[in-house]
Design a protein. Structure first.
Length: 272
């Protein structure tokens, strides 16, 4: 009996601890939102970063954090990396949210911030490309959800099997031709859908991406020695994380891959 009492007390303490943590998180989010509304960008950034340190993954919090960094730039109190951190917040909000309005707002905010980054780079004679976009394969894979690609693969597989079966058994030339046509159409559809399913599965389970949050990130070799003639990665660039070794991270930006300092990157949160 005493053991049941102890377990009950522990369960109550655990529940109260979780409730207290949720209340503190809600209060912190409220104070961050108020600071942003009142124009206190520094206070808002501190509160939103505290939320991120607590492990809060929320598209609204990410979007508001991006707004806070952009607001600090707008009021003339900019700190190095603010534009990149604003891009990070908006990119994260766009990735995490399933609400079309928030996705559109984040996309528009990204265009504004990246436009400012490009303008600054143009002014000092640097390349203005900030976002090379996804590869063709990843763009196609992103057109449909992973489950949809899987369903297309199943339907194409069944159609291919039926077409081959009909072509093999049918005696009528017309039926055999129809089976052959069905199989001929289903085969490439199956190949594409299977490849896109694997690509979508990889993106969901293995893909890691980050945003450059320093003014420029100079590409290096695995020893950390800057590559001569290599174009530095621009602030706000979205890169794919390929590998990590100590204080260095290998990233892919467009078609180029290089090692950069991990301190200049901020990884994007992913939906569970």
């Amino acid at each position: 009996m005493r053991g049941f009492v102890v377990l009950g007390v522990l369960a109550i303490l655990c529940f109260s601890g979780l409730a207290r943590a949720e209340d503190e998180t809600a209060a912190l989010f409220g104070s961050a939102a108020r600071a942003l509304h009142d124009g206190r960008a520094g206070d808002a950034i501190a509160a939103f970063e505290a939320l991120a340190d607590r492990g809060v993954v929320d598209p609204v919090a990410s979007y508001d954090r991006g707004l806070a960094y952009a607001a600090r730039v707008r009021i003339g109190a900019e700190a190095p990396g603010d534009l990149g951190r604003a891009v990070h917040g908006f990119e994260e909000a766009r990735d995490l949210s399933g609400e079309p309005t928030l996705v559109d707002d984040a996309s528009r905010a990204l265009a504004v911030v990246r436009g400012e980054i490009a303008r600054r780079r143009l002014r000092v004679g640097e390349p203005v490309e900030v976002d090379p976009g996804r590869s063709l394969a990843r763009s196609v894979a992103g057109l449909l959800a992973e489950d949809t690609w899987t369903a297309v693969s199943v339907v194409a597989s069944v159609t291919l099997a039926m077409g081959l079966f009909v072509r093999w058994l049918a005696r009528s030339p017309r039926v055999r031709i129809a089976g052959g046509v069905s199989a001929g159409v289903a085969a490439p559809v199956l190949a594409i859908a299977a490849a896109m399913t694997l690509a979508a599965q990889h993106d969901r389970s293995s893909l890691r991406e980050a945003v450059v949050v320093v003014a420029t990130e100079r590409p290096s070799d695995p020893r950390g020695i800057a590559l001569p003639g290599a174009q530095p990665l621009p602030e706000g660039a979205r890169v794919e994380v390929v590998d990590e070794r100590g204080a260095w991270t290998r990233v892919r930006f467009g078609a180029a891959a290089a090692w950069v300092s991990s301190a200049g990157l901020r990884e994007l949160a992913r939906r569970e």
